[in-house]
Design a protein around this ligand. Structure first.
Ligand code: GUN
Length: 280
């Protein structure tokens, strides 16, 4: 099993050292409405940020906040020198255009890496801010000695937050990448050929042991809350076939938080001129 909690603790300790060295790193999060899962995620991000010495600002707005107010707040944080990174927790309530809000965040402060400028830099192979979940998956692979170069990788899911950036990071690491999704004709056939599998669709137990190539590295990003508790996209029995597997929970989730903190440090370095970056 790949111990995401232990690796996340190591990354967070590195971040705490970097924050102490920089003197101040500011991170502002915006949570609109009362989605219960989003509240849990924001609590986790704040606890970890504060423990790492990051000056974390927790902005919470009621569900009926007008879009213009959210955009106004983002603009204000863009211009606030104490704030290095800005994160708008998704999903936003129905009446707010997520694209408009995502595009409003200054690319240099976009610690989620969701702005098209950051997505574009990732596509071109010159990443600045990278979405935290796929970045965490790459960190897990590296920590467990899996070099994607020359390997066949299958990403299940094509979301903007996980699937697409994951595919880009694996290509950049010289893997041969197949992106599978709801219209894929023979999902099991693709997965059976893969040395690296990343499952990120939110379908509990989708990946079964008979789909997995013996010895493959399997990363489970899907998270569904069921009556029996939290379930991933990967059937736990896959552990009997895979070479490496992330547990759910305790795998990719803790790494997502750790990588977000690392992005905040990167934003602070960039804004202090300690990190040169083309095009921003
Ligand atoms: N909602 C689900 N995952 C994420 C994430 O990584 N960042 C933000 N901002 N919202 C999310």
């Amino acid at each position: 099993m790949m111990d995401g909690k232990a690796l996340a603790a190591r990354v967070r300790a590195d971040v705490a050292r970097d924050v102490a060295e920089l003197g101040h790193v500011g991170l502002a999060t915006i949570l609109v409405g009362d989605d219960p899962a989003s509240h849990v995620y924001i609590e986790g991000k704040h606890k970890a940020a504060t423990e790492a010495g990051i000056d974390a600002r927790d902005v919470r707005l009621p569900a009926d906040t007008p879009e213009a107010d959210v955009l106004g707040l983002v603009e204000q944080l863009n211009g606030d020198d104490e704030v290095d990174g800005i994160l708008v927790q998704l999903p936003l309530p129905e009446h707010i255009d997520e694209t408009a809000v995502t595009y409003a965040v200054a690319p240099s402060k976009d610690v989620d890496g969701f702005h098209p400028v950051n997505a574009g830099h990732l596509y071109l192979g010159t990443p600045l801010h990278v979405p935290a979940t796929p970045a965490g998956c790459m960190e897990l692979l590296a920590a467990y000695g899996v070099d994607p170069s020359g390997k066949d990788a299958v990403v299940i899911g094509r979301s903007e937050i996980v699937g697409r950036p994951m595919a880009m990071l694996l290509v950049q690491a010289h893997a041969t990448v197949t992106v599978c999704h709801s219209r894929t004709a023979d999902l099991a056939g693709h997965v059976r050929r893969a040395d690296i599998v990343v499952a990120a669709v939110g379908r509990p137990g989708l990946v079964t042991p008979d789909w997995v190539k013996p010895g493959a590295a399997v990363l489970d990003v899907g998270l569904t809350r069921t009556e029996e508790g939290i379930r991933g996209d990967v059937d736990p029995e896959v552990a009997s076939v895979a070479g490496l597997l992330t547990p759910m929970p305790g795998g990719t989730g803790p790494m997502t938080i750790a990588m977000l903190l690392r992005s905040a440090v990167k934003a602070a370095r960039f804004r202090r001129g300690l990190l040169a970056y083309p095009g921003l």
